[in-house]
Design a protein. Structure first.
Length: 270
């Protein structure tokens, strides 16, 4: 599959309110609402996903899935799924829960949190040099999207760009061609994906970068819909993104500067 170019129209940069977008996505950062302050165990929260009435999270040191109430963020359970490791993303696909490691290894959790929980491990051709940080479900193509914070040397791809690859959920194979390419120029020159989520209605791709505190919105064809600067006071290190079925966006930040990790929610127009 050929690379999809990313337009670098940068007039949409916004620090405190809505930008005027040329398409249907609307992001108004003034509407951020604090959902919950997270416990110490989730100080390094690194991934979010919504499953039914629950919000699930992982952090980047221990193989645990934290299950919280979507309505208020109250912690319900924390369940071991694998040994300690650098886990960077989590995504619910129906009854299944998928977790990605920074090395690109994927874990499929069946019956998560039940007595019959079972885990399948899938090694991909990605390595720690790619530093996978984002995981999202693309329902239209029934695939998982893996966003890389870095690019491995000598892989034939321009090192200045950043890439998103697709894991086919039918074949359980990670494609070798990037399905999205972030061409980093001017305002995107330091962009390094830290989280990824796909809008459940429009299919737009949302990517955060904890470097420079940015939120990038791409259409399903890879064209740019918006670029926003996240409030450093609220989200000093944005590491998790997830959508509810109604289009509400959930954003998490790691603990920093003496403040606990937190989750915010942002209503969006579908």
């Amino acid at each position: 599959m050929p690379y999809l170019p990313l337009s670098l129209l940068l007039a949409l940069l916004c620090t405190c309110g809505p930008a005027l977008l040329p398409a249907q996505e609307t992001v108004d950062l003034t509407k951020l609402e604090l959902l919950v302050r997270l416990p110490d165990g989730l100080a390094e929260v690194s991934g979010l996903t919504v499953q039914g009435d629950d919000l699930l999270a992982v952090e980047d040191e221990h193989g645990l899935v934290y299950r919280m109430k979507l309505a208020n963020g109250d912690l319900r359970t924390q369940t071991k799924f694998w040994k300690d490791g650098d886990y960077e993303g989590i995504e619910a696909v129906g009854d299944e829960v998928w977790v990605v490691k920074s090395t690109g290894t994927l874990y499929r959790i069946l019956g998560q949190g039940t007595a019959g929980q079972r885990v399948e491990k899938y090694n991909t051709w990605l390595t720690g040099a790619n530093d996978v940080e984002g995981l999202g479900y693309d329902a239209q193509h029934h695939r998982l999207l893996l966003a890389c914070k870095d690019d491995a040397r000598d892989d034939g791809r321009p090192r200045e760009d950043r890439y998103v690859f697709a894991f086919d959920l039918d074949t359980r194979v990670l494609g070798e061609e990037a399905v999205f390419v972030i061409d980093r120029g001017e305002a995107l020159e330091d962009f390094a994906p830290s989280a990824l989520a796909v809008h459940p209605v429009s299919g737009a791709l949302y990517l955060s970068s904890s470097v420079e505190n940015l939120l990038l919105v791409l259409a399903a064809d890879g064209s740019q819909l918006g670029l926003y600067e996240l409030d450093k006071e609220l989200l000093p290190q944005a590491e998790g993104l997830a959508f509810g079925p109604d289009g509400t966006l959930y954003l998490s930040t790691e603990a920093k500067g003496g403040e606990p990790a937190r989750i915010y929610k942002l209503p969006l127009r579908p």
